[in-house]
Design a protein. Sequence first.
Length: 348
Amino acid sequence: MITKLKNILIALAENRALQHILFWAFSFLILVNILRVSAELKPIDVIYTMVFHIPLALVVYINLSILVPRLLARKKYWWYAYAIIITLFVGAEFYLLLFDKWIDYLFPGFYFIAYYGFWDITLYLIVFLLLTTLIKLARAWFVVKQLEQENTENQLKALRSQLNPHFLFNSLNNIYSLARKKDDAAPEVILKLSDILRYVIYDSDKDETDLKSEVEFIRKYVELQLLRLQNKDRVKMVAEGEIGDQRIAPLLFIPFIENSFKHGLTQTNEELIDINLVGRRESIYFRIKNNKGKTDFREKTKYQGVGIANVKKRLELLYKDRYRLEINDSKSNYEIKLEIKLANEDKD
């Protein structure tokens, strides 16, 4: 329901002519009932209401077409207030001249008078000015938000295009290393990678995937990495809690896991990788920790690579104010804690 309403608002925001037609039609329906002289609607009431809108439309479009873009939008507030006062005066005087002198020449078969005095019609003009200015500002805000959303989507697409080659590059490096050693595990690794790439190609291009699929993808990735390790106890993975249809951005955790496998395991058997993921209906908690062993890790490389910088940008774009990322880089251990609060919205 929210999505449908949003699409309607977007279509309306993009059709300015329709906005103006709807506004003045709604205004006419209200004013014709206010201005009519009897319970029964007569032709003179319709004509009077139509003519009554002329000074209103004059003031409204002077404001929208000239004053707002040239003064208000440029933050010339005092000049804008001064111009509004003059416009209101001109509009009220125009109304009085229109109904006291000119209307008899336009409609000689009817008798019209100016029902309202100067201050009464000025109040009408102020109401219409405020209303139309607020609508214009709201429309401008809506357009800006729409552009920001499009910009965010473009940034996310760019980040995904960076993420997938980065992931593939590291995986192919593993296969290349096994091939050079003529390791018998190479064919099995290729099959594992094939399963992983199906997920990367078909699911990572979506805005969201279910948590169950993401966890299964992580398991396969870990299994692929375990094939190149003699001591498989060096890696522990636990996924617990509610692992189901919670919606989450795809490939969000894998850069952290990939980073630990790339930098956290050396040729010794001392280093360990501990992965823990807890699913809840309202949030997801992810933690990964590895010790660095005796290797001078700080001199060898840095953790803040392309993948982690990438996921930080994605988190800020997708889960701004709804995530908490903690990175602890000590002499002996490297640990990442990430908690994401899920948005439960009606997307029908």
